[in-house]
Write a protein that binds this ligand. Sequence first.
Ligand code: COA
Ligand code: AMP
Length: 632
Amino acid sequence: MGAYSSVYNGWKSDPEAFWMDAAKAIDWVTPPSKAFDPDQGVYGRWFTDATCNTCYNAVDRHVENGRGDQAAIIYDSPITGNKRILTFLDLQAQVVALAASIRARGVEQGDRVIIYMPMVPEAAIAMLACARLGAVHSVVFGGFAAAELATRIDDCEPKLIISASCGIEPGRVIAYKPLLDGAIDIAKHKPASTLILQREQQTCDLIEGRDFDYATEVSTAIAAGTDVACVPVKATDPLYILYTSGTTGQPKGVVRDNGGHMVALHWSMKNIYGVDPGEVYWAASDVGWVVGHSYIVYAPLLAGNTTILFEGKPVGTPDATTFWRVMADYKVAAMFTAPTAFRAVKKEDPDGLAAKSFDLSNLRTLFLAGERADPDTIHWLERVSQKPVIDHWWQTESGWTIAGNPVGIELMDIKYGSPTVAMPGYDVQVLSDEGEPLPAGELGNVVVKLPLPPGAFPTLWKAEQRFREAYLNEFPGYYKTADAGIMDEDGYLFIMARTDDIINVAGHRLSTGGMEEVIAGHPDVAECAVIGIEDQLKGQLPAGFMILNQGVDRPVSELQAEIVKLVREKIGPVAAFKIAVPVARLPKTRSGKILRATMQKVVDGKDFKVPATIDDPAILDEIGEAWKTYGS
Ligand code: COA
Ligand code: AMP
């Protein structure tokens, strides 16, 4: 039996002992007397009698244990030309000062704080400062527009919002303050105050009495020497809420707890990523996504690693050498990003010449997740980096790897197109639509037998019924991942597609339903359908098909531009919505359900079977024609 099998089977035969052992790596205020309590929460809860503080484990204990002078965060921003290193001691000072300022704004344990920031160290400092106080943070990705931010404000009702004057995208500065003010205007809930980090690229005006200057607040707290102790919280108390796309425009507030989250993430650093404390770890993502939460901020810091906070793009800041330069400059041991990022690098530097010109001797492994890793990209990356390239599969909901290749335990044989095998904690199965287990090799619904492990979400923020309906009711006793896939005879999993209306654009998870709601709001649109079409670089791109109201007689290009602008304004540039196709009819089943999956095949030029339940098969030809005229 290989090392992986022995660890996985060890977990399966005694999960309680497995997680109690993993919990020893955490410094608890009150240690847990048991790992799992099946009687609490929707499907049980982890470490219910323990108390702890996540910030203490991510920051203070490293200072106490002699890591004070080690770099905790390396900020590298090719987009602004700035670099900065914060040791654990610096980080502690910044976090304490910000926590003092957050507390001075009336934020107490359990209160929510929204963080709407670009990729600057202050975003991570803000997360940790909230954790220190037991306040619950909710980070909102900077590429979302005001209306999306407003939805999140109304859902989690923050007392405070921490933001910045601007973010920087290639070729343009994005003023955040008008977006923030716009969101607060739209939202029913009004946060009492904001803390604004003024960036030199573009400052903003502050509203007297509501907006406070981040730098002034922090320097005042430092000058006053204000100390803020880590507040002990229950292991089951929420650390954060992270909104993710659901099937409607109303995002789902994924809740993460403190105790289980620390145990799982700490365990993952050595076992899944194979890194030791003190080594440099780099996740090239954004703090607004789950990858950023788990692997830019919490996991590396919990494990005593140096983490890199990179404000830039794989290409264009300034070019395709950037990723390799960062890996070499900081002696990165493990790097993690979305396949789309390396597809962008490959497009600009197909022979991977840049990789050869940097010293990558410290780099041991490259990790990919966030979307399907196509074998072409993996082969290319293996060739140019001369390192193992590991695909792993997980979700915002899980917070860490569901299926992966645990290099710290054993580097298993790679099967291209597969994120490898289930991690301890996850009993992954493939079921038919009727809930029957499927034989190896058959495509079905990928589910996880309950309970979910520590670190995975216990519920949705103030939406327990939605949690049950979206994830638990369809396959009783299991968590529905909403991914379709296959498990082969060796237990290798292959993730093929989503079973819902979620699409994955450049590693970003987006709701087609949410886009449809926006497009349907245009006065000239009677009905619409948004599908994800194949894209060489971003994996998928959204394309909207719309039936116009009778009598609308305007130039199509004018309408298309309005629809594109509307989605950008309501959802944000991150939706990458650029294609709007007018059609006379949409293909539907006789019961009126739009056949989105069939439309997708028509547009992608794939073989498809005309669904038996289709109302009128001729509509599929009309879609193909409309696509040729307006789409491609
Ligand atoms: N704030 C404001 N706007 C943002 C933004 C942010 N934080 N992030 C992205 N945008 C904008 C982009 O500028 C772009 O605007 P445009 O339509 O005016 O060009 C739009 O949103 C789409 O962004 P994106 O999908 O990221 O495309 P891109 O062309 O800028 O870059 C890649 C393409 C592949 C280089 C880029 O998507 C990438 O690096 N992806 C990595 C994915 C990732 O980190 N995923 C997280 C999970 S691991
Ligand atoms: P998110 O919640 O944004 O992390 O998106 C999760 C979804 O992205 C999953 O449900 C999958 O559909 C997809 N995904 C993430 N990682 C992978 C992977 N390694 N292989 C295939 N799909 C993936």
